[in-house]
Write a protein that binds this ligand. Structure first.
Ligand SMILES: [Zn+2]
Length: 129
């Protein structure tokens, strides 16, 4: 019998930059299995707790953005990890749209910070008990 996938998957929509992504929560083994099955990508052997990356779906002819964390139970640690990966997603999404993330503490980067805030709200809204 086929093992049931215990991965939780949420679609986080971004109607502004059109950079929606899939948020996956679950054990790395389950996540790696899904990625291997859908994309033929070999399992990532690194010991990670979370990651953000882009895969190309040939059937749909489009890139798919992924944010994965191994667990989310509202602990400070889990929230910090998810926020960390969301920051990566925000940077990548804006970068893909040609929005430059500026260096230096005197620059405000408000577009980036607002975008991160937006993603944060979308995700926390979906996850709230
Ligand atoms: Zn990182």
């Amino acid at each position: 019998m086929k093992k049931r996938e215990r991965l939780k998957i949420y679609t986080i929509k971004d109607p502004i930059y059109n950079q929606s992504f899939l948020l996956c929560i679950g054990k790395k083994e389950d996540f790696d299995n899904r990625i291997e099955r859908l994309y033929g990508v070999e399992r990532d052997t690194r010991k990670l707790d979370g990651a953000r990356f882009t895969l190309f779906n040939e059937q749909q002819d489009k890139s798919v953005q992924y944010v994965w964390v191994k667990s989310f139970d509202w602990s400070i640690q889990d929230q910090a990890l998810l926020a960390h990966e969301l920051l990566h997603q925000a940077m990548r999404a804006l970068n893909d749209c040609g929005v430059q993330i500026k260096n230096g503490i005197e620059e405000t980067n408000e577009e980036f910070v607002y975008y991160f805030e937006y993603l944060f709200k979308q995700v926390w809204q979906k996850l709230k008990p």
